[in-house]
Write a protein that binds this ligand. Sequence first.
Ligand code: IP8
Length: 254
Amino acid sequence: MTETVILKLGGSVITDKSGECAIDHARLHEIAGQLAVRRGLGLVLVHGAGSCGHPEARRYRINDGLASENVPGVYHTHTAVSRLNAAVVDALRDAGVEAIGIHPLDLALAEDGRLASFETRHIAEMIGHGIVPVLHGDVVMDRLKGACIVSGDQLVTRLAADLGGRRVGLATDVAGVLQNGAVVPRIDRDIVRRLDIGGSTNTDVTGGMQGKIAELLALADAGIDSHIFHISKIGRFLDGTEHGGTVVTRRGGP
Ligand code: IP8
């Protein structure tokens, strides 16, 4: 296998973010079909939480750190996003994709909101055997704060660095990074300073598009480009053709 493809499905793509854990099963079915016809790819899937996790994380103020009154939020947040993870895995398996769910809470430790340790060697083994690991943004125990939320975007950057993933894509419910309604085709640290990127309008505790770009710029600094595109273009991204979205790249890159 020559290339690992790391694909993130935004939470807003697979849930209705205005509801309470409203999973979009029809959308999941469509996505699973797209992945099933490209089974030869060495793929790792990561998904966001959408309405299965963000409301709980916000309600229990997980990112403020753990105190006695919000400890149950670890369980409730993890349970909500795990429910979504099970639905993603079920949809993929129904379509014939050899998918398996992996929960960051079980294998990661954070320090002040950032992953301090994160085991990925078993994920590499899975990919080698044609298994599609399906990870998700999660609540993770944190050595300084007690617990924190690690976004799917942070996981993507870590996986890309550890697995040497050379194709990184984030499927969202918008066409790419938008400026005055138009897609910005390429972003680097210079270009981003001139943009006015809005935050998420829903209960997103991990910073919406701004948080995403911050993660992806760090990945670009390490020489790994990433692609943000509309979910309808997932096939194009997987096939390596033009998706009409945004490429996040290193300063002076393509
Ligand atoms: O939707 C957030 O992940 P994201 C994870 O990728 C939780 O930002 C549990 C809120």
